[in-house]
Design a protein. Structure first.
Length: 251
């Protein structure tokens, strides 16, 4: 139960980038049980906290005591730490342990690389830094076959001068004009036509606004006049007629 709680806590703090706490708890976890998974979690905590050299030391000690065997995850992590420490031979050895396989080309040289497309991408970076252009291109190409969204591999292919087309990896639209179907309703007009349409719409809008203002003004004026007439009609007649005035005048 304690091991499960520590494992969950380490992963949570790694996700939240609270690296110091993750390292402390991962060390307690390894002290409790130095399994392959727990060692990998501690190495990951070391790496994320900026202590890649401690991750290398931890994984190499475990590999030595375990007859050179590491899990795929830990092999990839060891290779990544070695690559960033500029230990290129060690990084390559972690990704492809067999010397004969490492020197070969083709599918056999890459099929056992750990962590799928990311591992092939990392191996391609190792080859590129060692100026093995052909092998680097092969690794980047294979990584894109596994994961077409790994844009960094395609970017490296372009930088290395590879003639690979993006449509080979990302699908894309057919380059054959006879196979391209366009919806005429969705084709935007040329800029000049678009400007004329915009001008006409704007002029029509301004005219409508002007007419609306005039109609509103006329309605208000008519309502005001009508209101004034009703007010005069409703007033009582307080001005006496001339006959009433003469009859009220004393003789």
């Amino acid at each position: 139960m304690m091991e499960q709680c520590l494992t969950s806590a380490v992963k949570r703090y790694l996700d939240q980038n609270v690296h110091a706490t993750a390292v402390f708890l991962a060390e307690r976890l390894v002290a409790e049980n130095s399994s392959e998974d727990n060692l990998g979690l501690l190495a990951d905590a070391y790496y994320r906290s900026g202590a890649g050299h401690r991750a290398i030391s931890l994984l190499e000690r475990h590999m030595t005591s375990n007859q050179g065997i590491l899990s795929a995850h830990n092999r990839y992590l060891l290779a990544l730490c070695c690559f960033e420490a500029d230990r290129l031979s060690d990084a390559e050895n972690a990704l492809i342990p067999s010397t004969s396989t490492r020197r070969s080309t083709g599918e056999g040289a890459t099929k056992n690389v750990p962590n799928g497309a990311a591992g092939l991408y990392l191996l391609g970076r190792v080859h590129r830094r060692l100026h093995r252009t052909d092998q680097a291109i092969e690794c980047f190409t294979e990584s894109l076959k596994l994961d077409p969204f790994l844009w960094s591999s395609f970017e490296n292919l372009c930088e290395l001068g590879s003639q690979a087309s993006a449509s080979l990896f990302f699908g894309g639209v057919s380059t054959n004009p006879s196979k391209v179907h366009l919806d005429e309703n969705n084709i935007p007009p040329p800029p000049s036509v678009s400007r004329r349409i915009h001008s006409r719409v704007q002029a029509s809008t301004n005219t409508s606004h002007a007419r609306g203002k005039k109609a509103l003004s006329r309605t208000i004026t008519e309502q005001g006049a009508s209101h004034q007439v009703h007010r005069h009609d409703d007033l009582p007649s307080t001005i006496p007629s001339s006959q009433n005035i003469s009859s009220q005048t004393p003789s």
